[in-house]
Design a protein around this ligand. Structure first.
Ligand code: MN
Length: 468
């Protein structure tokens, strides 16, 4: 079919990260892999984001073993990961050699689509991950998919996003993603944005949204009409609410139209039957709170992503100041404006949210400024989308120098340092990278892993691991 709409399913990554604190286990995934592999998806998002940390911190799983097991179970489907630019999967900037090593190992272990984003949309923070993906692309056929973090503000209009897309195409994008992490994109805006972007670039456009505010299905339908190439959906048992719209609903909607996805609803039902049991288990364990399935229009009102609202509420609870909730909600957009309108996604959502809480609780704005707010205002996270409030910056960092170069240019190569530092614990370069990203969590995990008696099958995987 000439104009088929391609589907990426997020059931193995974003769906359970958004609804169930990223707690789905490999054993919960494997029984459905045969059906997933024959469904005919463009890709399956299954790695990166919070899964890497969650594997080691909560599930006692080696994320690299999970990736290889998934690739073995789904040889015919491209596996996709979410990569946080220069932060990789962690929360600070890493040196270029660590970024390159991580990309290389991800591809070697089975990833074929790398979606790379930066919270500030500073292309310099995507540069090294893009270069590394391109470098290993020929050898392994990986696809480089830089993403635009979608948000709304006086500077974030269609022209801004289209310019960014043109720039990303020049940098080597094979596909460009519009990443609407908070479901702020509205259906008719999606139509316009996709139309304009399709006119400006030649590479396929991949749209990612959630159903937090209840517009997700309509966003996809209008985007499909505008010619979007690929969309992200989740199989129904973990779809909707804070996760993606349901795969089956979109597939059924488009059947017989010129954007028919070509996916077979019976095969999808086979996989969904399995994940229904997993969703029920996560509900019984109270990991999945059905509250996340409700439509939450507050996000549209305050432009605050759903996950951030629950963080704010728990911070206020701890401070016995729940009555200040609406004051804080009103303060968030003001702080965001002072800071040059960063999109609200990890880590900027936490930085702006925490600063708003302090501004309200202290009774004076910026009386107390967090370390992270200072770093953001010093340019350490990259270039902010709009000019910052200079009065606020002065109050926060005084006469400190503001960085205008690519932040990672200030970081010396680190890979050999990490190899040396962890030579007694790490069994492979994969281990070194796990330790570099999550030092305490990975050290504890690896010690337990290597102390525990392992079954033969698992042992084989570790032997292969050492040989890589
Ligand atoms: Mn998402």
């Amino acid at each position: 079919m000439a104009n088929k709409l391609f589907i990426t399913d997020t059931i193995l990554r974003d769906a359970h990260q958004s609804q169930a604190a990223t707690r789905m286990r490999l054993e919960d995934m494997l029984p459905a892999c045969e059906a997933l592999d024959k469904a005919g998806y463009w890709s399956l998002e299954c790695w990166g984001g919070a899964t890497f940390d969650s594997c080691m911190r909560f599930l006692g799983e080696d994320p690299w073993v999970r990736l290889r097991a998934l690739k073995e179970a789904m040889p015919n489907t491209k596996l996709q990961m979410l990569f946080r630019g220069q932060n990789i999967l962690g929360y600070k900037h890493y040196a270029d050699d660590v970024v390159e090593a991580f990309v290389k190992k991800s591809i070697e272990n089975g990833i074929q689509v790398i979606r790379i984003f930066d919270a500030l949309n500073d292309p310099r923070n995507l540069e090294q991950a893009i270069k590394a993906t391109k470098k290993y692309q020929d050898k392994y056929g990986a696809i480089c998919e830089p993403a635009i973090s979608f948000t709304t503000s006086p500077v974030h209009n269609d022209e801004y996003f289209v310019d960014l897309a043109v720039q990303l195409e020049k940098m080597g994008a094979d596909v460009i993603c519009i990443k609407d992490m908070a479901n702020l994109l509205l259906p008719y805006n999606a139509y316009e944005l996709v139309k304009k972007m399709k006119q400006a670039v030649n590479v396929p456009i991949h749209l990612h949204t959630h159903n937090t505010t209840g517009t997700g299905d309509m966003v996809y339908l209008k985007a499909a009409e505008a010619g979007v190439d690929i969309i992200d959906t989740a199989l129904s048992p973990l779809a909707n609410g804070t996760a993606q719209p349901a795969t089956e609903s979109i597939v059924a909607t488009l059947q017989g139209t010129e954007r028919d996805t070509g996916l077979n609803l019976e095969v999808l039902a086979e996989a969904a039957n399995h994940f229904k049991k997993i969703a029920d288990k996560l509900k019984a364990e109270k990991i999945l709170d059905p509250k996340v399935l409700n439509v939450d229009p507050k996000t549209l009102l305050y432009q605050v992503p759903g996950g951030m609202l629950s963080n704010l509420l728990s911070q206020l609870k701890q401070a016995n100041a729940e009555d200040k909730y609406f004051d804080v909600l009103a303060e968030v957009p003001r702080v965001r404006k002072d800071f040059g309108y960063p999109p609200l996604v990890t880590p900027t959502s936490q930085i702006v949210g925490t600063q708003a809480v302090f501004n309200i609780l202290m009774g004076e704005r910026y009386k107390m400024v967090t370390k992270e707010s200072k770093a953001l205002l010093r340019g350490e996270y990259g270039k902010l989308p709009a000019p910052v409030n200079e009065e606020v910056r002065k109050k926060a960092i005084g006469d400190d120098e503001v960085i205008t170069c690519r932040p990672a240019d200030l970081i010396e190569p680190e890979l050999d340092k990490y190899r040396e530092q962890y030579k007694d614990i790490a069994k492979s370069d994969e281990d070194v990278l796990s330790l570099a990203l999550f030092p305490q969590v990975a050290e504890k995990f690896i010690n337990q892993r290597d102390a525990a008696p392992v079954e033969d099958e698992v042992r084989t995987i570790y032997v292969d691991d050492a040989a890589l």
